[in-house]
Design a protein around this ligand. Structure first.
Ligand SMILES: *Cc1c(COP(=O)(O)O)cnc(C)c1O
Length: 231
């Protein structure tokens, strides 16, 4: 089997899972697929584009920057989904179309500067932590800090506040975690009615995310295969 055939078959299976979950949830809106290409080569990105993929996600700046440049002839939307270092934020904003992992106010002016330099409006999702209160927080803003962060993003003309992103915590049933996310999102959209996007769900839990209203799922290994072989 060629790599093209392999990716085509896996992509088809993932799209079927998305369609089934959307139908089961009675969703009439579209659920967008972001294929997470971290650890995989630009040649795979090219195949994915050929197979109709429009959105790709990366979580490490250096790798993302190099890959985006490698396939700069393709009209893909690049989503940055990884932990953002402050000193890299402006650079990330230069090649990204969407930054999904904005979790603190100190990133805002840096992202705005990078977006301004590329003369493009940058879509921003705020990453919210789903860890229970008191847990050692992984990436993501505390739900109580979202409104303040959102106001900062909304005030930057180079940035467009589009919604929220979350990752289900390890060791917790994603159905339970995403249920919490649905409540957080409902309150958020009441305050920021145009920020309706919700990026949640990965290879293992995309169905649970679609059930609670994810508009974007971020799927890596189910499309590209296991990352252990390429790390
Ligand atoms: C790697 C990654 C994904 C994709 O994970 P898979 O389990 O391979 O689908 C999604 N979201 C984030 C933030 C990631 O870092």
């Amino acid at each position: 089997m060629t790599r093209h055939d392999e990716l085509q078959a896996r992509l088809r299976a993932v799209r079927e899972r998305i369609d089934l979950a959307a139908a089961a949830a009675g969703r009439e809106d579209r659920v967008e697929l972001v294929v997470v290409t971290k650890f995989f080569p630009a040649s795979d990105v090219r195949i994915l584009a050929d197979l109709g993929v429009s959105d790709v996600g990366e979580n490490r700046h250096q790798e993302a920057e190099a890959k985006a440049a490698d396939v700069g002839d393709l009209s893909l939307r690049w989503h940055f989904i990884g932990a953002l270092q402050s000193n890299k934020a402006a650079a990330v904003a230069r090649y990204s179309h969407v930054v999904e992992s904005v979790d603190r106010t100190s990133l805002v002016s840096r992202l705005a500067r990078g977006a301004g330099e590329s003369e493009r409006r940058l879509d921003v999702l705020l990453q919210v932590s789903l860890d229970p209160p008191g847990a050692d927080h992984r990436a993501g803003a505390d739900p109580d800090d979202l409104a303040g962060l959102a106001e900062n993003v909304a005030a930057a003309p180079e940035l467009s506040l589009r919604g929220l992103m979350a990752v289900a915590p390890l060791g917790e049933d994603p159905v339970v975690a995403f249920d919490r996310l649905a409540g957080i999102r409902q309150r958020f959209v009441q305050q920021f009615p145009t920020a309706t996007l919700l990026s949640a769900g990965m290879s293992g839990d995309l169905e649970a995310a679609i059930t609670v209203g994810a508009t974007h799922v971020r799927v890596g290994s189910a499309v590209l295969g296991s990352r252990v072989h390429v790390q």
